[in-house]
Design a protein around this ligand. Structure first.
Ligand code: CO8
Length: 374
């Protein structure tokens, strides 16, 4: 069987940041205007007054301090509260492909690979810009890669599920090297008017180069194993889709954007994710507390990560060295979070060190990738 490695990762960071202070100021202006505009209906009990958001709550409940976005004026405009993107012609590179190309080029440069060294592109993200042609094929064309491409969506677990497909393709000889790319334009399907979640998400794009271990440069990460799991849940859901028109559904209805029962997700997913990683490690003869140098976890909520890491590390202290956090800078970037953590925090590890990349989110879905530095 061919041995497989992650030889490089790439990161594209959008040009704009929104701090919690900016976000809350815009949100609270929207709330004040809404309550003033609907004062009579609220007084009669026909409508409920909206409550203000607060910077203190956001930081304490989530650990998020800011997020990157591809466009910020539309999001911060209390009359609009979603980004302003201009429709591009069919002859132009789409926005999702544009940021994907940048992240892929970063990964290719780091691995020292040219387009002719790569045989496939998997575009895996929580939402796609269009139905078809597949985003991956446009990205493949823009990069000048021959071979094949396809799209996948497993929400926050899209990257780890994509890595497993890439690993299998290389292991079985279908491809010599595969690029997995995760363009997460969360700002376009996020509910910026919902106080319970308006602070959660940010935009980004990550890329992962998966190739034969024998072709990878020293310092790459051999993939020891991958493990995927899904269990159906309505607790994170977005009903936007191509059937909406024929169902005569309201395209602006709340359920056509990201929606979640945050508390339930927290309670249900933490034990599942910890158990998943511990079992995966055990299957390879590794102990979650003693044999893992670093956990690169999905970045949705700081306490969630601390709780999961505590379950895995037992008596060991949970530190940012054991489970790095990028959430404060990037917020939740759907499938890209654990890959950003890996991208930013793997260079200091030594040959032979073992680490786990793990995502968890809507589905529910959990994906873990166990790697060892070469
Ligand atoms: N400001 C001030 N107060 C607030 C705010 C706010 N913005 N929001 C809520 N409150 C209040 C509530 O009203 C409540 O008040 P009271 O106690 O009086 O009722 C109090 O604060 C506590 O509210 P919560 O119970 O909701 O707060 P939590 O402590 O549970 O924190 C979190 C909320 C941060 C959402 C937390 O539950 C959490 O992070 N849960 C995990 C969520 C998670 O991991 N989700 C994964 C989603 S990602 C994914 O799967 C990808 C989907 C695809 C990407 C989509 C891109 C758009």
């Amino acid at each position: 069987m061919i041995k497989v490695a992650i030889s490089a990762t790439g990161l594209y960071i959008p040009p704009f940041t929104i701090t919690n202070e900016e976000l809350v100021e815009s949100f609270n202006t929207y709330v004040a205007r809404y309550n003033q505009h609907n004062a009579d209906a609220i007084a009669k009990g026909e409508l409920t007054a909206l409550a203000e958001s607060s910077v203190g709550f956001i930081e304490q409940a989530s650990g998020i301090k800011q997020r990157y976005v591809l466009e910020k004026t539309g999001i911060l405009d209390p009359e609009r509260m979603h980004p302003i993107f201009h429709e591009r012609s069919n002859e132009e590179l789409s926005l999702m492909a544009e940021i994907s190309v940048k992240a892929c080029q970063d990964a290719m440069n780091k691995a020292g690979k040219k387009p002719e060294d790569i045989d496939a592109v998997i575009c895996s993200a929580a939402n796609m810009q269009r139905a078809y042609p597949a985003m991956s094929i446009e990205i493949q064309e823009a990069l000048g890669i021959k071979g094949f491409g396809y799209d996948m969506n497993v929400a926050c677990s899209s990257a780890t599920f994509g890595i497993e497909q890439a690993v299998n393709a290389v292991r079985t000889g279908c491809a010599r090297a595969v690029l997995v790319v995760n363009p997460e334009i969360t700002s376009a399907h996020h509910a910026w008017r919902d106080r319970d979640c308006h602070f959660i998400f940010g935009d980004v794009c990550t890329a992962i180069l998966v190739e034969r271990l024998e072709d990878a440069k020293p310092g790459s990460w051999e993939v020891l194993g991958t493990k995927l799991a899904t269990v159906f849940s309505n607790n994170i859901r977005n009903n936007f889709g191509f059937m909406n028109r024929s169902e005569d559904a309201d395209p602006d209805a709340r359920d056509k954007l990201f929606k979640q029962e945050g508390r339930k997700v927290f309670k249900e997913v933490c034990p599942m994710a910890a158990e998943h990683m511990a079992t995966h490690l055990e299957s390879l003869g590794l102990n979650s507390a003693n044999d893992v140098r670093r956990y690169w976890l999905h970045q949705a909520n700081l306490s969630m990560n601390q709780l999961i890491a505590k379950k895995l590390l037992g008596a060991h202290e949970v530190t940012s060295d054991k489970a790095p956090v990028i959430l404060d800078e990037f917020a939740n970037t759907a499938s890209a979070g654990s890959i950003i953590a890996f991208h930013r925090h793997n260079a200091d590890l030594q040959q032979g060190d073992v680490g786990v990349i793990c995502s968890f989110g809507a589905g529910y879905s959990i994906g873990s990738v166990i790697v060892r530095k070469t």
